[in-house]
Design a protein around this ligand. Structure first.
Ligand code: SME
Length: 160
């Protein structure tokens, strides 16, 4: 895994994903504890991309509840439809937010966070969790992140 101290450059982004995704598959193989696997996936993504915050919220009844993550402390519960995470859950769609201040209802867990991507984890057509990544840089996430993080979401969905 790379030891990134700066944001991965645009051209390196697909390469970084192509390198880390097989590692994620290998990492979760042979372990059936959901939280252990989510924790390692979050850690591997943090180590590769050095995002401000990366982690999971898990669906429990009508709320998302904070799961394994890397980064500063975060809000523990998010209602369906609320914030970027709740919207991605409700719509069952990936949401890329280039500037969090332009997203109505964005939940600011950290004032440092400036852009965000949320990818739903879908199992049997139901959202069971969301993967959330935050950056301290504006416009940090794009369609490349959406494409590859959906592949990460597929790996994660197989853990549920
Ligand atoms: N910003 C998210 C909340 C979660 S934190 O970013 C870790 C949202 O609007 O749903």
């Amino acid at each position: 895994m790379h030891d990134w101290h700066a944001p991965v450059s645009l051209t390196d982004k697909p390469l970084a994903y192509l390198s880390v995704i097989p590692q994620l598959s290998a990492l979760v193989q042979g372990e059936n504890n959901l939280y252990a696997n989510l924790a390692n996936v979050a850690a591997a993504l943090k180590e590769t991309f050095n995002w401000w915050w990366i982690g999971f919220y898990l669906v429990q009844q009508d709320e998302l509840v904070l799961g394994p993550f890397q980064g500063p402390v975060a809000c523990t519960r998010i209602h369906k439809g609320k914030g970027v995470c709740g919207a991605a859950w409700e719509k069952s769609q990936t949401i890329v937010v280039p500037d969090v201040h332009q997203f109505p209802g964005h939940i600011a867990c950290s004032s440092q966070s400036k852009s965000e991507i949320v990818v739903p984890i879908i199992k049997d057509k139901m959202v069971v969790a969301v993967l959330d990544a935050d950056s301290e840089f504006l416009q940090h996430f794009d369609e490349t992140d959406a494409l590859y993080l959906q592949k990460v979401a597929d790996i994660v969905a197989s853990l549920f």
